[in-house]
Each structure stands twice: as structure tokens, then as C-alpha cells.
Write a protein that binds this ligand. Structure first.
Ligand SMILES: [Zn+2]
Length: 336
């Protein structure tokens, strides 16, 4: 019996684990070393020169270029991948089916072109045993699933399009993300800081913090990654923030795997983030703080605000949380 169970678990993998993922459209040029055929360019004008770099369609600090002491860097973070269509009709309207990257449940369908920068978009939640992990598909022309629907890897969700802000028919693309959910009370936070509910609930893009979804898909296909935890641990950290341990309770309940050290008994907790604010790892800390405090920081010759979505200001070791940084922590951790 034991042997049978072992055999079964080898065949199926651990229950709820991250499976091999599929790309969200037919475009697979990224796996063929043709990134310029995969990522949609942006129309860039920098220091008097116009260009159409495909790199601006990749994930990361790839937009709003600035000349700094570290050279020319992108200061605006692009939280997903912009994937080019491979099929268009005679009028140039894209026809590519957009599919779910894995088995999951459709949690949100925004079927209106207005009311979100994402235009028409869909969020699918995946049960990989790691808390709420979502994939997001934006700028769709059509949606073809309903909230609550179970989908498989490859199930069609809609058609690639150009709804939303900053996009047109020529630059039609799928904006694709794989995300952690920052809060289970997003509208409360949104109403407090912006005076009104966003209307998209916890599936508002601002509540979904994206990791590099295309990279995740490719690494899962090559058997290099089998969990989000493993993926995040391989990312580069940028800053750590120490908070009283009680403030991290909600985050711990949602993503317990962020904790690598034994828990209990300690009064302070240090959370380590990527530059874009994804929590990567959480540890007990001996440092006593009465409010969130930066306790580690990557060295960077320029201004930290250019590398942290303006959540941290200052240069070198002189750095502090901005108001935006404090609001971000209030979203992630809940209010004090
Ligand atoms: Zn995008």
C-alpha cells in the first residue's frame, strides 16, 4: 500500500502543488529565442530619440527611462508581460484566443472596457497549496467565461484585444500577470485612502502584486520551479522592513510559506521585499521598533524612489518609507 501511495504521489506530484504551466496565447516566440516577436513594444521618446523597444513589454523597471549615476534606467515598473498577437483579421483586429495558464477558478470578470486601465480583464485563482495565487489577463476584446467557472490549463477565457488605457489596435496585446493578493480587504483600504471604492473588489490590479509570469511559465515547463515560494526565494531582494510581529499576522495567515524560521515568542518581524514590493521572506527579528522601519537596503547609486515605485526615498543608506510606502504597508499588513 505504501509503495502504491508513493508511486501515485510521484505520478501526480504533491496535492495542490504548482503544475507545469502553459503560455496564455499561441505566441511561443519567447521559447524560441525570438523575444522581439513575443513582447509588444512601446512607442518611446527619450532624449529626443524615438524608438519601439520590445524590452518595454517585458516585466520589470522597463519604462519611463531616466539618466542616472547608474546609467539609463527604467523608473516605471511594468508588472506583467505584454504579449503580441499572432493572428489578425483583414482589418488588423487581433483574433488570438487567450487561455488559462493552469487549472483554476474564475474569480473575476470585468466585462466593461471602461473603469479600469486593464479594460476587459479576467482573474483566475489557482489552488497550488500556497494561498491565493492568481493569473490575470487584461486588455481583452471579448471574455467568454463566468465568475465561479472551473477552468483547466488551456481553457479559453476570451480573445486578445486593446481595451483599456494606453493601447490601440496596432499595439493590441495581452497584458499577463501572475500575482499574490496583497489584502483581503482591498476596498476598505481604497475607500480610506482614495475616498471611494474601486468597484473591482480584491481583484483590482492594485491589490494583485505581479511576479514575472512568463518567466514562471517557462521555468515550470523546464522543471526548474515547482512552487511560488521557490520562485520568490530566487528573486533579488531590495529592502527589508521590520514591524511589530502582530502586524504581520494577516500576511502570515494568507501566505504561511513566507515564514522560513520557526515562529512564536518573538515580538518583531522582518519582511524582505523585491524592488517592486513583492514580499519574499519573513523572519523573526531582535530589533525593537514601534512603527515600520527599513532595516536592510540594497546598495544603489541613484535615488531609491526610482527603484522602489517611490515607496522608499533617499540615497545610499539614508532612506525612509514615503507616504506611498506607508500606505502600501497598510494594504499588505492591515492598519495598526
Ligand atoms: Zn502591460
Amino acid at each position: 500500500m505504501k509503495r502504491l501511495l508513493l508511486l501515485l504521489s510521484l505520478t501526480l506530484g504533491p496535492l495542490g502543488a504548482m503544475p507545469k504551466l502553459v503560455l496564455p496565447t499561441e505566441n511561443d516566440a519567447v521559447t524560441l529565442q525570438r523575444p522581439n516577436d513575443f513582447f509588444m513594444y512601446v512607442d518611446r521618446s527619450f532624449e529626443g530619440e524615438s524608438s519601439k523597444p520590445w524590452e518595454a513589454g517585458t516585466y520589470g523597471f522597463v519604462r519611463n527611462m531616466k539618466r542616472t549615476k547608474e546609467g539609463v534606467i527604467g523608473t516605471r515598473f511594468h508588472e506583467g508581460a505584454d504579449i503580441k498577437p499572432v493572428r489578425r483579421d483583414e482589418n488588423g483586429v487581433p483574433l488570438d484566443p487567450v487561455v488559462s495558464i493552469a487549472k483554476g477558478t474564475v474569480m473575476y470578470v470585468n466585462d466593461k472596457s471602461s473603469g479600469s486601465n486593464y479594460g476587459k480583464y479576467i482573474v483566475v485563482q489557482h489552488n497550488w497549496g500556497e494561498g491565493p495565487i492568481c493569473s490575470l489577463y487584461a486588455h481583452l476584446n471579448k471574455t467568454s467565461v463566468e465568475v465561479g467557472q472551473e477552468v483547466a490549463a488551456g481553457t479559453q477565457l476570451g480573445i486578445l484585444g486593446y481595451t483599456g488605457v494606453g493601447i490601440n489596435k496596432t499595439r493590441a496585446h495581452l497584458h499577463f500577470e501572475v500575482c499574490l493578493m496583497l489584502s483581503l480587504d482591498f476596498e476598505e483600504w481604497h475607500t480610506k485612502y482614495l475616498g471611494v471604492a474601486s468597484g473591482h473588489g480584491n481583484f483590482n490590479g492594485r491589490n494583485l502584486s505581479g511576479l514575472n509570469g512568463v518567466d514562471l511559465v517557462i521555468k515550470s515547463q523546464k522543471d526548474q520551479i515547482s512552487s511560488i515560494q521557490q520562485y520568490l526565494l530566487r528573486q533579488q531582494s531590495y529592502y527589508s522592513i521590520t514591524v511589530p510581529a502582530v502586524r504581520a499576522a494577516k500576511l502570515q495567515a494568507r501566505y504561511p510559506w513566507l515564514w522560513r524560521a520557526p515562529q512564536g515568542g518573538h515580538r518583531f518581524t522582518e519582511i524582505t521585499f523585491t524592488a517592486s514590493g513583492l514580499p519574499m521572506i519573513v523572519n523573526p527579528s531582535d530589533r525593537e521598533v514601534s512603527e515600520p522601519k527599513i532595516t536592510r537596503l540594497q546598495s544603489f547609486m541613484g535615488r531609491h524612489e526610482d527603484r522602489t515605485i517611490k515607496r522608499i526615498s533617499g540615497t545610499g543608506r539614508k532612506a525612509e518609507l514615503t507616504e506611498s510606502g506607508k500606505r502600501y504597508l497598510a494594504l499588505l499588513l492591515g492598519e495598526e
